[in-house]
Design a protein around this ligand. Structure first.
Ligand code: ZN
Length: 351
């Protein structure tokens, strides 16, 4: 079977990999679609994500959906032909964090397409993939697997919203209108936020934010760099901020537009190293500053919402490329003036 394998910076190859036999509790799936995420782009363009460098060939990809083709011994409830959402997280289920219901913080996590451990955790941009049975969540026969492949980014947004606390009647700002920022805006509105302002440096994603994702206002911080200042001061301030751009400047700016006692949720990944923030504002206004990393039970909620059509992610899907054109897709995926989310069609049935 074929897979998109990162061998280092700007070195992505379509390699032939061997299938192996299943052991107890494992399921083999044909991967239908795989969304290209910021981390895939970092591996491709820089050969690393944060401090994690590619040290051996790494199959990229973790936003995937597919069809069951083989159920191993002791697998229950899954049979060949079933369509499924595929959870890229495989936590150990045994460590103190897993036992506390916070498997996203697992100390022994296998997350698809990650160089965070050695050997690397191979990813889902492959025609076939072996997963633990709890990573395979069946969806209805008529489910659209392109939409189901958005379950992982939607789960990240849902987790960020859960980290924010109650949003009923709240005024919210989301910095960064990539897929995670846009889905966070949608999830915040669905959770009862009465105002959601989305920011970005490109106009195209802001048009999607206000047209399809529930934003009540937008701000292009490149063409209107003083725009955020209009929200400074308690009268105009936000209750909750989601930082989804990964920009240290965006993060620092949020401390000035939150009301006293407000909360900032950091869901974007900043560049490696440290970032300056105005700690005296955090101290004197009793702001909360909290992280949001991947997701837990939110993945199954995301699958449920997508299966029921309760969240429409179709406006985020910009184009689909066959696996053979993965390099072209990765080159295009970073052009935020033209692209929100690109997907690869991976198995033959999906191509
Ligand atoms: Zn664990």
């Amino acid at each position: 079977m074929l897979a998109a394998v990162c061998h280092g910076k700007k070195d992505l190859r379509i390699d032939t990999l061997a299938d192996r036999a299943l052991v107890a509790g494992e399921v083999r799936v044909a991967v239908a679609y795989g969304g290209i995420c910021g981390s895939d782009l970092h591996y491709y363009h820089r050969g690393a994500v944060g401090d994690f460098a590619v040290r051996e060939p790494l199959v990229l990809g973790h936003e995937i959906s597919g069809t069951v083709i083989e159920a191993g011994p002791q697998v229950r409830g899954l049979a060949p032909g079933m369509k499924a959402a595929l959870d890229p997280s495989r936590p150990c289920l045994a460590c103190r964090y897993c036992r506390a219901g916070r498997g996203n913080l697992c100390v022994d996590m296998w997350f698809l397409g990650s160089a965070g451990r050695m050997p690397h955790s191979q990813g889902g941009f492959a025609q076939h993939l072996i997963l633990r049975q709890d990573q395979v969540i069946p969806v209805p026969h008529d489910a659209d697997l392109q939409l189901i492949a958005m379950a992982e980014p939607l789960s990240v947004a849902l987790h960020a919203v859960n980290q924010a606390g109650a949003l009923n009647g709240r005024r919210v700002i989301v910095t960064g209108s990539g897929p995670i920022g846009l889905l966070t805006a949608r999830a915040a509105r669905n959770a009862g936020a009465i105002e959601v302002i989305c920011t970005d440096v490109e106009d195209a994603p802001l048009a999607v934010a206000i047209g399809s994702m529930g934003a009540t206002g937008t701000l292009n911080v490149r063409s209107d760099p003083e725009g955020l200042a209009r929200f400074a001061g308690d009268e105009a301030a936000f209750d909750v901020a989601f930082e989804a751009s990964g920009s240290p400047d965006a993060l620092a700016s949020l401390f000035r537009v939150l009301r006293r006692g407000g909360r900032i949720v950091q869901v974007g990944m900043l560049p490696p190293g440290t970032a300056p923030v105005p700690v005296n504002l955090l101290q004197s206004r009793e702001l909360d500053f909290i992280g949001a990393f991947r997701a837990n039970g939110e993945f199954r909620l995301a699958v449920e919402l997508l299966s029921r059509g309760a969240v429409d992610v179709a406006p985020l899907l910009s184009a689909t490329y066959p696996l053979a054109r993965a390099v072209e897709a990765l080159e295009l995926a970073g052009d935020r003036s033209r692209v929100i989310k690109l997907q690869l069609a991976l198995s033959a049935s999906a191509a």
